[in-house]
Design a binder for this molecule. Structure first.
Ligand code: FES
Ligand SMILES: [Fe+2]
Length: 380
């Protein structure tokens, strides 16, 4: 039985470890690429979306370029998304200030004077395949930070299905969930988990901020994979990897090997890759896109629909868990609990140390420095 003394000493120890790790309170990382939206969500209609705690206005120019501006009129903070898109300019619905696609205020209807160098912040965007990425940190650092978009995402060699769910929970917990897949045997026991999964040996590879976990699980594949492959009831090995790529992206990979079929019939081996696209909406909500890519039974919409339905059901189980955890954190004071770490957490702990280092670095960089409002075109 856990005595009060045991609790106090475990908690002291856990608190010391936790201080070096990112958690739901750690400031969000701004100097990173995140997915703002799927490309087909950004249209000629003004759309508001909260990203990293900031309301962002998204639209396309007449030439089709995505635009991301701070969705807050610099006059009296009216949301620009409530206004009108005229050509490539946005007119605020309150007093009519007009902004161009760079975010510069180019007209104030109630005065004849030129507005000068005022405007709203414009965020850098990059469209790749089906996604539009955004940079909301220091613009000077965007060029030296490679876009994490994987080459297979949107590549014609892979069939792709994309789902979305808005998660009530911390993005740190979502990354952690994806690095510790021992939960497949429990949380996902009826969707894509199998009983052997949790106890399968883990290979954890940590090289700097490249954090990966692999398992090679002999099993009968769950129907989500076995059915489309025609492998139901057959013995297989499920090679399964999780990789933390950046604060905004995680990749899960599955390579399937059939032990009952000759090797020649499995070349190239069937594979799935899932881009787990993690964009914090704010400290405790996440825009979660999952882009599921497969190299087998391609060009078959029925299989695509079956698999994305299965993935959506499974990922909703993760959402359920993260929301329950979020509720527990909201309900109870930190003095009332501690969390222990187990062997399966090794990669997750490294990821949380990494995020904490990034957040501390950003906090140190901005402390005592005036906030950066981005460059208004024409400004020195
Ligand atoms: S609040 Fe936008 S023009 Fe006044
Ligand atoms: Fe999961």
């Amino acid at each position: 039985m856990l005595t009060e003394h045991d609790f106090a000493s475990q908690k002291r120890r856990a608190d010391v470890v936790a201080r070096r790790l990112a958690d739901r309170h750690t400031p969000l990382i701004r100097n990173a690429w995140y997915v703002a939206a799927k490309g087909d969500e950004i249209t000629r209609r003004l759309m508001a979306r909260t990203l990293l705690g900031v309301s962002v206005l998204l639209y396309r120019t007449e030439a089709g370029e995505p635009v991301a501006l701070h969705n807050r009129c610099c006059h009296r903070s009216f949301p620009l998304s409530e206004g009108k898109l005229e050509g490539d300019t946005v007119v605020c619905r309150y007093h009519g200030l007009r902004y161009d696609a760079m975010g510069s205020c180019i007209a104030i209807p109630s005065q004849s004077q030129s507005p000068g160098k005022i405007g709203v912040r414009r965020y850098i965007t990059m469209e790749r395949g089906p996604l539009v990425w955004i940079w909301m940190g220091d613009p000077a650092l965007s060029e030296s930070t490679p876009l994490p978009h994987p080459e297979w995402l949107g590549h014609p060699d892979w069939d792709i299905e994309i789902g979305y769910v808005n998660v009530k929970g911390s993005y740190v917990h979502l990354h952690e969930n994806l690095l510790d897949l021992s939960h497949l045997s429990f949380l996902h026991e009826t969707t894509f988990g199998t009983p052997e999964y949790a106890a399968a040996p883990i290979e954890t590879k940590i090289e700097g901020d490249d954090i990966q976990v692999w398992r090679h699980v002999p099993c009968v594949l769950p129907p989500l994979y076995a059915k489309p492959l025609g492998w139901e009831g057959m013995r297989a090995i499920r090679h399964s990897g999780s990789q933390f790529v950046s604060p905004g992206l995680h990749v899960n990979s599955g390579v399937f090997e059939n032990l009952d079929l000759p090797k020649e019939q499995q070349s190239p081996p069937p594979m799935v890759k899932v881009a787990q696209i993690i964009t914090p909406e704010c400290q405790d909500r996440v825009h979660y896109y999952y882009a599921f890519c497969r190299n087998f039974v391609r060009g078959n919409p029925e299989v695509g629909a079956f698999m994305i339905k299965g993935f959506t059901a499974a990922f909703n189980e993760d959402v359920y868990a993260l929301e329950k955890i979020s509720d527990m954190h909201a309900q109870e004071d930190a003095s009332q609990f501690y969390e222990i770490d187990i062997a399966a957490d090794r990669a997750g702990l490294q990821m949380r140390r990494h995020l904490k280092t990034l957040a501390d670095r950003e906090t140190a960089e901005v402390s005592g420095v005036a906030p950066h409002f981005g460059k208004v075109p024409g400004a020195e």
